[in-house]
Structures are given as C-alpha cells and as structure tokens.
Design a protein around this ligand. Structure first.
Ligand SMILES: [Mg+2]
Length: 432
C-alpha cells in the first residue's frame, strides 16, 4: 500500500532483444534484418532480433551448429560487446529514472518502476510516452507492463511483447483484464515458477496462471511453501512479493539497500558499495558464475523535491569475466567515483553484476605457453582482474604489470562491433 492508502501500481520495463537492439542502434542498415549476438569467445547465440527468431534460431545454440543457417539467410553475427551494452543500459535506466518516482534496476535490461502515484492518469498514454522517450534518447525499443503487483506486471510485460495489439504497453488494472491475462499465461511462464514446479502443477491439472491463482491456497502453501503462496497472492492482486524472493534466471545478481538515514560522504557510500559488491561476488561464486558486467547506482529519496533528486548509475565491462571479490570491489569503487556528486542526500545504493557465464564452461582463456602459467595462480588471477576492470574504465593498458603479455588476455571476439559510446576512437563519424 502506498502512503495515501491507494492501491500500488508497478511497471516492468524490459528492453526488446537488448543486445541485438544495442548493435542496431549505431548500424541503421540492420533495421528489419536478422541479427544475432554470440557469448564470450564467440561460443553460443545469446541474443536474437525478431527476424532471427523467425528463422528458428534458438537461444543458446552453439554458433558452429547453425553456421550454415546463418550464412544462408545472411544473418549479421556479432561478438558480445559488453562495454556497449553496459553503457546503453545506463542510458536506458537514467532515462527511466526521470520518468517515475522510484526505479529498481532488476537486470541489465529490465527495471521495475513504482507507478502508484500515476494511477489517476491515463497509464496507457503515459506508457506510450515512456516508450517514445526511451526510443528517442537511446534508440532502444522497450516493452512495458503495468499492474498492481510485480508478478502481474511481469505477466503484463510478456503480453505487451507477444501481442502486437498492445503496441508495446499492456496495462492490467481491472479485475476482468487481469483475469483474461492470467488465462492467456501458461503456468511455466509465471515469474518465479520454475520448470520443476510447473511440472508438478501440471500433474495436478494446473496449466495456466488462472488455474494457479484459483488453486486451493492450503495446497499451494503445502507444496510450494511460502514462496509459492506469495506468488499466488500476487496473481490474485495482493502485492506482497519482495524482489529478493524471486530468483532471477541467473542472468544477473543485484544487491541494493535503502539506508536508514541520509548519507552525504563519499567514504560512507564507498563502504556500502564495497559491501554490496562483496555480496555479489560471493553469490557469483555460489552460483559458479563469472560476471561480464558491473553496474553501480546511487540515488536520493524518491520523495525529495525535484531539484534535490539525483540518480547516478554506470555500467562497465569486466575483462575477463570474474567472480573475484577484490576485482569486483575495486571496479565498483571506480564506478562510484565517476557517478558520485557532492551535495545530494543519498538514501540508496546498489551493485548489479550481469552478463553471467558459467565458470566451468566458459573459463578465462588459457595462456598459450606454459611459462605464462604462473600468472594464473589465485592471487595473480585476482590482480589481473582488478587491472582489467580499471582498464576497461580508463582505457586499455592504463595500468598493467610490467611483465604482462597484453595480447594473451584478449578474448576471442572476431566480430566485435565498435565501442561507439564508450571509446573516443570508435565514435561515429557523419559525412555531410
Ligand atoms: Mg529483455
């Protein structure tokens, strides 16, 4: 419930085919054409434009397995360009932060917004305005779902993406609209219901979100426990699900907190951000994942007067991808220095790691010659990662070991697009 007793209203804004869309922004000839993006070291397909999806190219397919198909249909293939995606993400989030009182960055390309105070406005129209503004400021197409709970906002977003009739904005506010949306949502597509749970639910004859919402609460509580019970309540319009209760599909890990008081000192923010960064690193190791991107954000209270509000965020690439606490804390500190402004009363900060890759499948490239092996012990590896994080921010080679063989740490990225937004040498030139 909001302060004045109104019903809550959440928006979930999600970028469409985010990595593929980023590649298109600076390459307009690719509009309307099939585009795919490959994982680290050009391994698997991790993003597809709508046209590529229509060709039947599946998510996660190894590149070599569909090489012929890609060639036949003249699909444009990109290596993943995390500095570009991270920077485009920051632009989208910064634009969003100006459009709503509170923003919760959920992943590199998704954010929840608190729209409760907008309920009296025409939400369909405002959603359209948000889409146009983001498109105009960043070139990225987004889909927007709005509903009284986060779980319903997720479902609304899915419909906004799938059904062209919504023109990218799906608002679920009346009971009838919510009911119809739940009937159109398969149980496995409910946010937080895993594959395992949906199998068990189907055995019980529960196939749609509407079936799940109507299932006996005691049965849900018994078999799906408190988390399942909260999802069910959310589907029935009772907002109770905290973000942390639903595990994102390991695409990103976020640690953030509102402070109990206003924070003005950079040193204090550094302490908070370092703590969150260490937590993210710990969670990465527990998930056996390496992060390719790191985001830090700081913000004032959403209730501050307009002129006093500040929302700062920045995303950088981690090269090579890492789960090392020292590396992530250092890189987070570097980002904080670049977004911190003297003056605002900070109320919240957070750290987000994304672009996750498995640490077993996608190891750091091994050195070519055995005498380089000493550089790969734990400590040495950590130091390398810290330096790469700093380097990805201040430019390649800003700091490095005297003995470092720079080239051997370069990932395999044969089809990398330019870092148009983060590197001066790659900036676009316009011919008049
Ligand atoms: Mg997306």
């Amino acid at each position: 419930m909001t302060l004045d007793g109104e019903l809550p209203m959440f928006a979930l804004v999600d970028c469409n085919n985010f990595y593929a869309s980023c590649e298109r922004v600076f390459n307009p000839l690719l509009q309307g054409r099939p585009v795919v993006v490959l994982s680290n070291n050009d391994g698997c397909i991790i993003a597809r434009s709508e046209e590529a999806k229509a060709l039947g190219i599946r998510m996660g397919t190894p590149e070599f397995k569909c090489r012929e198909l890609l060639r036949q249909h003249n699909v444009t293939v990109f290596s993943s360009n995390y500095p570009l995606y991270g920077d485009m993400s920051s632009r989208v989030m910064t634009t969003l932060a100006a459009l709503a009182p509170e923003i919760e960055v959920y992943s590199i390309d998704e954010a929840f917004l608190d729209m409760s105070s907008f309920r009296r406005y025409n939400l369909q129209e405002y959603g359209g305005l948000m889409r146009r503004t983001i498109r105009q400021h960043t070139g990225i197409p987004v889909s927007i779902g709005m509903a009284p709970t986060k779980t319903l906002a997720k479902a609304a977003n899915r419909l906004a993406k799938k059904d062209p009739h919504y023109q990218g904005v799906c608002i679920l506010s009346s009971d009838a609209d919510i009911r119809a949306a739940l009937e159109r949502t398969a149980v496995e597509d409910i946010w937080g219901i895993g594959r395992q749970w949906s199998a068990r639910l189907k055995l019980r004859g529960i196939y749609t979100a509407a079936d799940f919402a109507a299932a006996p609460a005691a049965w849900v509580q018994k078999h799906l426990h408190i988390v399942g019970a909260r999802i069910q309540a959310e589907l029935n319009g009772r907002s109770c699900l905290q973000m942390e209760l639903v595990r994102p599909q390991k695409q990103s890990i976020c640690t953030s907190r509102s402070f109990g008081r206003s924070v003005f000192l950079k040193e204090e923010l550094h302490q908070a951000v370092a703590t969150f960064a260490a937590k993210c690193a710990f969670k990465l190791r527990r998930e056996q994942a390496l992060a390719s991107m790191l985001t830090v954000f700081v913000s004032t209270s959403p209730f501050d007067a307009d002129g006093n509000r500040y929302w700062g965020t920045r995303t950088i690439a981690l090269r090579p991808p890492t789960q090392d606490s020292i590396a992530i804390i250092h890189a987070a500190g570097v980002i904080l220095d670049s977004v911190f402004q003297e003056g605002p009363a900070y109320k919240k900060a957070g750290v987000l790691v994304s672009g996750l890759v498995s640490d077993t499948m996608q190891a750091v490239p091994l050195p070519l010659f055995s005498d380089e092996e000493s550089a790969l012990d734990e400590r040495g590896g950590s130091i390398m990662r810290v330096m790469d994080a700093v380097n990805s921010h201040y430019g390649k080679g800003s700091i490095r070991l005297a003995a470092e063989n720079f080239e051997s740490w370069k990932p395999n990225q044969e089809r990398l697009s330019p870092c148009t937004t983060t590197r001066w040498s790659d900036i676009i030139s316009v011919r008049a």
